[in-house]
Design a protein around this ligand. Structure first.
Ligand SMILES: [Fe+2]
Ligand SMILES: [Fe+2]
Length: 284
């Protein structure tokens, strides 16, 4: 038991051949390693299926949360489900592969450091990380359009039966908050969500207008309220570690080839548990 690891990766974007090769290279360090896959595996349903199947055959347990790219309904995908129906079809797929999702009981990780509940979350975004100078969602979206920085979600991520992403986000936040609040007092958690739980990681975005598609203010204190020892996220394609309030925030994304190619080589799988020693390092 001493050598097992909880590992994490996100934003594999395996439609790119170079990223497909990265996925194919991912291997556990022991027969008992678990792997968190924090969203943006691919867009086409069959590609997501291929990727999760391969990982579920290699790791003792795989824990998946959806990214915005899995939730898109891409043109020409034979699986043309939209919105919540698409999400639930992906949940069904995961269950058939034995992969844990935000709809399943939270798995509990055990090592010499004691039990930690690993909570995969699907919370989406509500445009509340507003563009600079905007005080409403409408203003924020207008500024993004004017700047030419509009997330493709606006065209491909459908939110049916919810009227908008923010309505879907609020429903997800309310339901998830109830589940996390029901955990026994003193439960230690790893909170996993594709989008960051706090606004802070978005402060370094090159285009600040993009932050409105990156999370919600509703979760800004969840790391403290729900006993997080680590918060795992992706989406920004800025892999790094930051510490706030004594909690480790890990962006575990791989990102697009044009983004990772210029960086120094790094291990793609991030160790989440056992907790690595505290540092203020950036990308590894
Ligand atoms: Fe991504
Ligand atoms: Fe994303």
């Amino acid at each position: 038991m001493a050598d097992r690891k909880l590992l994490a990766v996100s934003d594999l974007h395996v439609a790119y051949p170079e990223n497909r090769a990265i996925l194919e290279s991912l291997r556990p360090t022991s027969d008992e390693d678990w792997l968190i896959v924090a969203g943006d595996v691919a867009e086409q349903y069959a590609t997501v299926e291929w990727a999760l199947k391969l990982l579920s055959e290699r790791f003792a347990k795989v824990i998946w949360v959806p990214g915005n790219h899995e939730l898109w309904t891409p043109p020409k995908d034979p699986v043309d489900l939209r919105g919540e129906k698409r999400y639930l079809r992906l949940v069904e797929l995961c269950r058939a592969l034995g992969v844990s999702t935000p709809e399943d009981p939270y798995p509990v990780w055990e090592d010499d450091g004691g039990p930690v509940t690993v909570a995969p979350l699907f919370l989406l975004y509500d445009y509340s990380f507003r563009a600079p100078g905007a005080s409403t969602k409408e203003e924020s979206l207008r500024l993004a359009h004017e700047a030419g920085v509009v997330c493709t979600d606006e065209y491909l991520l459908h939110t049916d039966p919810y009227p908008s992403a923010d309505a879907w986000c609020r429903a997800r936040v309310a339901r998830t908050e109830q589940r996390l609040s029901a955990l026994p007092e003193g439960t230690r958690t790893v909170l996993v969500n594709h989008w960051p739980l706090t606004r802070e990681p978005t402060r370094v975005l090159y285009y600040p207008e993009f932050a409105q598609w990156c999370g919600t203010e509703l979760t800004r204190d969840w790391h403290l309220r729900f006993g997080a020892v680590s918060v795992v996220y992706g989406h920004l394609h800025i892999p790094r570690v930051i510490w706030r309030d004594g909690v480790r925030f890990e962006e575990v994304s791989v990102g697009y080839p044009r983004e990772w190619r210029p960086r120094p080589p790094r291990r793609h799988l991030r160790q989440i548990l056992p907790l690595p020693p505290r540092t203020e390092e950036g990308a590894r």
